[in-house]
Design a protein around this ligand. Structure first.
Ligand SMILES: Nc1nc2c(ncn2[C@@H]2O[C@H](COP(=O)(O)OP(=O)(O)OP(=O)(O)O)[C@@H](O)[C@H]2O)c(=O)[nH]1
Length: 311
C-alpha cells in the first residue's frame, strides 16, 4: 500500500470534497437532533484551528468522499447586551465563512419572529442558502408547502428540504446534497481525529470557550487551557483539574475577577456543560498560572493543534 503524499495523515485528494456547513435556526428548531442524525456517534474534533468565538465546531460527517464540517453560529438572535450584539456579528461572520448555510425551521411553529429575524440577516449572507423545514411529522403536507413558499418568497433558497430530524425522514437527502455541494478538495480534518477526540482536550476546549464568551475582548488571545488531571471517582463522578495559562500577571487578575467572581462563574458554566456532555457529575478545579512567553513557543501551538502565527 502506498502512502498518501501528505504523510498518511490526510487521504489522497482524489475525488474528495470538504467544506464548512453552518447550521442555523431558532432555539428548539432541532439543530442538535439533526446533527446527531448527520454525524452519528462521531464526536467532533476539538482542536480549533482558529481561536475565536465565531463558530464552534459541532460535528463532522463523512458521506462517501465528502467531509462535512458542521459549525454552530451561536447567539444569532436576541442581541440584548453589548456582548450579545458582538456575538451576533460574529455569528453572521460564521455564516459568511461557511461554504453552505442551512437554515433549520421548526415547521410546526412556522414563520415566527425569530425566523423572520434570521431571514433578514440571511439576506446579506453571500453563501448558498438551503432551507430545511423540520418536524414534518407534526404538520400536514399542505401547510408545509405553504410555509415553504412563504419563506422562499422572503429569501430565495437554493433548495428546500422537508425533514424530520427525529424520525430521520429526508435527512439522507439533505446530507447527500451537502456532500455533493461542498467544494472539491482534500479533507479538512484527518479521519483519526474525528473518531476519538481526546476527552482532556475536549474538556479544555469547553473551559476555553466559556472564557472567551465571558471575557471576549478583554483578554488577549494568548491564553491556553490545559487539562492536567482527570480522575474517575468511585461514585461515578469525574474530578478534573485544569490550568489556564496566561502571559501576564495583569491578565491573571482580569481572569480571576473581584474576589474570584469571574473565574468562579466561568468554572460553573464549564462544569455544567461538562456534566451534560459526560452525563455525570463533575468536580472541576481551575487554576490560573502565569507562563511568560509561551506565546512565542511554536511547540505549544502544535500541541494545541494550532498553526504558529508568523508575526
Ligand atoms: N416531532 C419532532 N420533534 C423534533 C424533531 N426534531 C427535533 N425535535 C424535538 O424538538 C426539540 C428541540 O430539538 P433540539 O435538537 O434540542 O433543538 P436545537 O435547535 O438544538 O435547540 P437549541 O439547542 O435550544 O438551539 C426536542 O425536544 C426534539 O426532540 C422532529 O423532526 N420531529
Amino acid at each position: 500500500m502506498s502512502e498518501a503524499p501528505t504523510g498518511g495523515i490526510l487521504k489522497s485528494a482524489d475525488g474528495q470534497r470538504a467544506g464548512f456547513v453552518a447550521l442555523i435556526g431558532a432555539p428548539n428548531a432541532g439543530k442538535s437532533t439533526l446533527l446527531n442524525q448527520m454525524v452519528g456517534s462521531k464526536v467532533a474534533i476539538v482542536t480549533h484551528k482558529v481561536q475565536t468565538t465565531r463558530s464552534r465546531l459541532r460535528g463532522i460527517a463523512i458521506e462517501g468522499q465528502s467531509q462535512l464540517v458542521f459549525v454552530d453560529t451561536p447567539g444569532i438572535f436576541r442581541p440584548r447586551r453589548r456582548l450579545d450584539r458582538a456575538m451576533v456579528q460574529a455569528a453572521w461572520g460564521g455564516a459568511e465563512d461557511a461554504d453552505l448555510v442551512v437554515l433549520l425551521v421548526d415547521a410546526q411553529r412556522g414563520l415566527t419572529e425569530e425566523v423572520e429575524a434570521i431571514l433578514k440577516g440571511l439576506q446579506d449572507v453571500r453563501r448558498p442558502l438551503l432551507l430545511a423545514l423540520n418536524k414534518i411529522d407534526l404538520i400536514r403536507r399542505e401547510e408545509l408547502l405553504v410555509l415553504a413558499a412563504d419563506i422562499n418568497a422572503k429569501v430565495p433558497f437554493a433548495e428546500t428540504f422537508m425533514i424530520s430530524a427525529e424520525k430521520g425522514d429526508g435527512v439522507a437527502d439533505l446530507r447527500a446534497y451537502l456532500a455533493a455541494h461542498v467544494p472539491p478538495g482534500p479533507w479538512l480534518y484527518p479521519e483519526d481525529q474525528i473518531a476519538d477526540a481526546p476527552m482532556r482536550n475536549l474538556a479544555a476546549e469547553v473551559t476555553r470557550e466559556k472564557l472567551f464568551l465571558r471575557l471576549h475582548q478583554e483578554l488577549p488571545y494568548q491564553l491556553t487551557v490545559e487539562t492536567e488531571s482527570w480522575k474517575e471517582l468511585k461514585d461515578g463522578s469525574a474530578r478534573i483539574e485544569q490550568v489556564i495559562y496566561v502571559q501576564r500577571e495583569a491578565h491573571k487578575k482580569i481572569l480571576i475577577g473581584k474576589q474570584g467572581a469571574t473565574l468562579k462563574s466561568i468554572g460553573a458554566q464549564a462544569r455544567k456543560e461538562l456534566e451534560e456532555m459526560l452525563e455525570r457529575r463533575v468536580h472541576l478545579f481551575i487554576f490560573v498560572k502565569v507562563r511568560e512567553k509561551w506565546g512565542d513557543d511554536p511547540e505549544r501551538y502544535s500541541q494545541m493543534g494550532l498553526d504558529f502565527p508568523k508575526e
